[in-house]
Design a binder for this molecule. Structure first.
Ligand SMILES: Cc1ncc(COP(=O)(O)O)c(C=O)c1O
Length: 448
C-alpha cells in the first residue's frame, strides 16, 4: 500500500512507492533516495540538510537561479488577477506581448510564436506545422522529417521518432512516425576529443543530408530538425561550418530547417538563441525551459512569417491550424516568462553567461588526465565530461561520480557515462571553479 510521506524528509519505502519517477532508475533511487527540499539562487537545499550547487540549472532550465524574487512577485500577482484563461477563441494581453518579446529577442520581429507547455509539445507542434505548411502550398508529398542520431527532442511520438537516442526509441517502434530518416551525429573522438568550443573538423557531416535527399528525393522531405548544440546527448558541439552547410542544403531543396532550441534558447550559449551564436537562421525554432526559468511549464515554436502567412487562407472565421493545448499561454507561465525576460535584460545575464563561458572552458578542460576522463566538450555556459564505462556496467561509473560529487556539495547531471554541466548564469567564477574542483575530487574518489 502507498502511504503519505510523514515529513519532507520521509524516505521510507512506503512513502516513496507511489510516484513512478520519470527518466529515473526507480529501484536504485528508492533504495538510496535524494530529495530536494528547497531552492534559492544557484543552490538547492536537500531534505537531509545538505546545500548543493545546482550545476545544471535544474534540468538546463533555471539559469537565473531558483525563486528569483521578481518571478515570485510576478506569479503571486498573476494568481490574484487571472489564474487561467482559455486561449481557444479568447486571448489575454500578456500572451500577445510575450510572443512579441520573444520574436524581438530572437531578432525576428515579424515572426510568430505558438505556445505549448513543454519542449516535447513544442517539437511535435513544429513537426505538424512543417507538414501542414507544405500541404497548404500544394506540396503534400513533403511529409518526411529528418532528425539526427543522438538528438533529443522530448518524448512525444514525433519527438522520439526524429530523436536519435536508442533507449528512448526501441520500445515504441510501432507507434513512431513513418517516413523519418536521421543524419549522423557529429561526434568523432579520433578527430575532436578534448576540443574547446566548436571542433574544427567535421563540417562534412552535413553533406549526409545530400545523400538522404538523393535517396528519398527532396519532394518527399518536409523538414530537418536538429539541436544547434546537442544537449541531452552529451553536449555534442557542431563542427565549424556544419550548421551553415545544413542551412544551405535545406534552402537549396526547399526543406524547412527547425532548430530545437529548448536548451540553447534564452542565453545558454551567451547569445539569446543558438541561431544567434552560430549565425544560422532556421525557419522555425522550438523553445521551453529557460523561457520562464522553468517556474511554470511553458514552451513554444517561433515560426517564420512566411510559414504563418501560408496558414492564413480560407474564410477568416475558420480555424487555420487545428492544434493547441488547454494550457497554451497559461497566464501564470506567461507572467513568469515576462519576469524572466525582465531579469535577463536588467541584470544583463545573457552577457554574463558569455563572460562566464571562458571560465567554465578553462576549468573543465583542467580535468583532462583525471581518472576515467575520455573526453571533455564545452560551448557557451555548457560542458560535458565523458567517462570510460565500467566494463559490463554502462552508466554505473557516472552514477558513482555523481554520488561523490553530491557529497562534495555539487549536483551534476549524469546520463549514460557522461557528466553534464550548465551552471546558472548568476554563478560566480569562483563557484564554477569550485564546481570543477568538486568534480575532480569525485573522479579521484571513484575506484578505477
Ligand atoms: C532539445 C530538447 N528538446 C526537447 C526537450 C523536451 O522538453 P520537455 O522535457 O520540456 O518536454 C528537451 C528536454 O530536455 C530538449 O533538451
Amino acid at each position: 500500500m502507498n502511504a503519505v510521506p510523514q515529513s519532507h524528509a520521509d524516505t521510507s519505502e512506503q512513502a516513496l512507492k507511489a510516484w513512478w519517477m520519470p527518466f529515473t532508475h526507480n529501484r536504485y533511487f528508492k533504495a538510496k533516495p535524494r530529495l530536494i527540499d528547497s531552492g534559492k539562487g544557484a543552490y538547492y537545499q536537500l531534505a537531509d540538510g545538505r546545500r548543493v550547487f545546482d550545476c545544471l540549472s535544474g534540468l538546463w532550465c533555471s539559469p537565473i537561479g531558483h525563486s528569483h524574487p521578481r518571478i515570485v512577485e510576478a506569479v503571486k500577482a498573476q494568481i490574484d488577477k487571472l489564474d487561467f484563461a482559455p486561449s481557444f477563441q479568447m486571448g489575454h494581453e500578456p500572451a500577445f506581448r510575450l510572443a512579441t518579446r520573444i520574436a524581438e529577442l530572437a531578432g525576428r520581429p515579424n515572426d510568430h510564436v505558438f505556445f505549448t507547455n513543454s519542449g516535447s509539445e513544442a517539437v511535435d507542434t513544429a513537426l505538424k506545422i512543417a507538414i501542414a505548411y507544405h500541404r497548404l502550398r500544394g506540396d503534400a508529398s513533403r511529409t518526411r522529417i529528418i532528425g539526427r542520431e543522438r538528438g533529443y527532442h522530448g518524448v512525444g511520438m514525433g519527438g522520439i521518432s526524429v530523436g536519435g537516442m536508442v533507449a528512448n526509441r526501441k520500445m515504441f517502434a510501432p507507434l513512431m512516425l513513418n517516413g523519418v530518416d536521421h543524419l549522423p551525429h557529429t561526434w568523432n573522438p579520433a578527430h575532436m576529443a578534448f576540443s574547446k568550443g566548436q571542433p574544427t573538423w567535421g563540417a562534412h557531416f552535413a553533406d549526409e543530408l545530400e545523400r538522404i535527399v538523393a535517396l528519398h528525393d527532396a519532394s518527399t522531405i518536409a523538414a530537418v530538425i536538429v539541436e544547434p548544440m546537442q544537449g541531452s546527448g552529451g553536449v555534442l558541439v557542431p563542427p565549424v561550418g556544419y550548421l551553415e552547410r545544413l542551412r544551405e542544403i535545406c534552402t537549396k531543396h526547399g526543406i524547412l530547417l527547425i532548430f530545437d532550441e529548448v536548451i540553447t534558447g534564452f542565453g545558454r550559449l551567451g547569445k539569446p538563441f543558438g541561431a544567434d551564436y552560430f549565425n544560422v537562421k532556421p525557419d522555425m525554432a522550438t523553445f521551453a525551459k529557460a523561457v520562464n526559468n522553468a517556474t511554470i511549464p511553458l514552451g513554444g515554436v517561433l515560426a517564420a512569417d512566411e510559414i504563418y502567412q501560408t496558414f492564413m487562407t480560407g474564410p477568416a472565421h475558420m480555424i487555420e491550424f487545428f492544434h493547441g493545448y488547454t494550457y497554451s499561454a497559461h497566464p501564470m507561465a506567461v507572467a513568469a516568462a515576462h519576469a524572466t525576460l525582465d531579469v535577463l535584460r536588467d541584470e544583463k545575464l545573457i552577457e554574463r553567461a558569455a563572460e562566464l563561458a571562458p571560465v567554465l572552458e578553462k576549468a573543465v578542460h583542467s580535468l583532462k588526465g583525471e581518472p576515467h576522463v575520455t573526453d571533455i566538450r564545452n560551448i557557451g555556459l555548457a560542458a560535458a565530461v565523458e567517462l570510460s564505462p565500467i566494463a559490463g556496467q554502462p552508466g554505473l561509473r557516472a552514477i558513482r561520480v555523481f554520488e561523490k560529487a553530491l557529497d562534495e556539495g555539487y549536483m551534476v547531471r549524469f546520463s549514460a557515462d557522461i557528466l553534464a554541466m550548465a551552471p546558472p548564469f548568476v554563478s560566480t567564477p569562483a563557484e564554477i571553479e569550485g564546481m570543477i574542483e568538486g568534480i575532480r575530487r569525485a573522479l579521484r574518489a571513484v575506484p578505477v
